[in-house]
Design a protein. Sequence first.
Length: 473
Amino acid sequence: MPAPTSVPELLDRLRRSGLVPLDRLDGFVAGLQASGQSPATPAALLDCMVDAGMITRFHADKLAAGKYKGFQIGSYLILDQLGSGGMGQVYLAEHASMRRLVALKVLPVFAADDAVARERFLREARAAATLDHPNVVRVFDLCQEGRLLYLVMEYVEGISLQALVARIGPLDVTAACHYARQVLYGLQHANDLGFVHRDIKPANLLLDRSGVVKILDLGLVRSQADIPAGLTHRLDNRTILGTADYVAPEQAVDSSNVDIRADLYSLGATLYFLLAGRTLFPDGRTAQKLVWQQIKEPVPVGRFRPEVPAGLADVVHTLLQKRPEDRYRTPEEAFEALAPWDDTEVPPPPDEWLPQLPARVLASRSATAGGPPRASGSTSQILTIAMRSGSGSVKRPGEPSSVGSNAIGTGSGMRRADPAAETAAQAADTLGDTPGPPRRGRERKGFPPLVWVTVCAGAAAAAATAAVLTAMR
């Protein structure tokens, strides 16, 4: 349909679009007329409606182009487009009744008949349904409207680490390690359940307003459960999966036969980017970068950031080893190795770091929002408690390890905590390393005082509950 050329024509499109309740639209127009501020052109009226929070700029651009259909998918009203990629488009949407903000990942209609694309989409849904962790973006539902297949996901109000570095430059050492450890916490949960993400990179890591980092996009996830049926091998079909700037060397050769150590390599390349402000190999084409992943060493991170401690450079070096067996074996090991540089408070990101939300989105958020975001700095200690087993020390690559087992550590088992609950969103090409000094295993010195407070509080709560139950019998 052609673009509207008059205000009455635009109003007719607006009434048919369902974007604004008719009584509210009529009242808004009447108010403009009463104040003598009636817009003379469709563009002026659209600007007024955006400023008033009636519609978003996304709506205005579509309406100005003559489009007024397709803003509603099932029970959700599309508010904005957050991103797009090979696996679909992601939209910010609002539930029509509950007014809850969500992200919708929509499989393109043209891909509905593509067996591989559809199976990947369904596999992402199944993986997301299995993973339930504060550092992994949650999926609420898988829906279908006609031939349209879409995921209803948690909306993360924040910024990707890729966009954050582009905005403010390389990150503070403590903040970079703190964010990396949160990712490792989420990856350990995935590893426990037999999943490999295969596309860890700054663009897939979202920092929310409270300082929590969440892993996004499970479109390339590999599951141990798929191996007997050969599903991963069949879907990959000798295709190189991942992002050239962050893909592990072995994944660039055979994407269907990798384990969690490929994600650790990608996390190392991500940490390098956060500290240096550049990828491992910023020059060259995609094919060149994939070759360099196999044979070339990157410039040491310390040359760009002399203030990066030698021990931290050694951890990055270990994560970026060419051979998987020379890296850390599990996210837990890498998590512990980064602990010395994650020992101070890391406040939530300031508002100026984050993109401004449209007035229409702010209105929806205010209708359902809770309290203000709280600081996440204390998650350093909470994450350590959650990830550490009862005893033992960090292992060097090559030492005996329980890799491949769901049991982590040697003590009473892994303690899990929810950092989001203790403290209180949403696509790339680039590798090697230099020898670093030997890394010594750090012995755990027992739990910090917060653990004993937590344990005692838990015991007291359990005793109180037991007393209440006894009294009710």
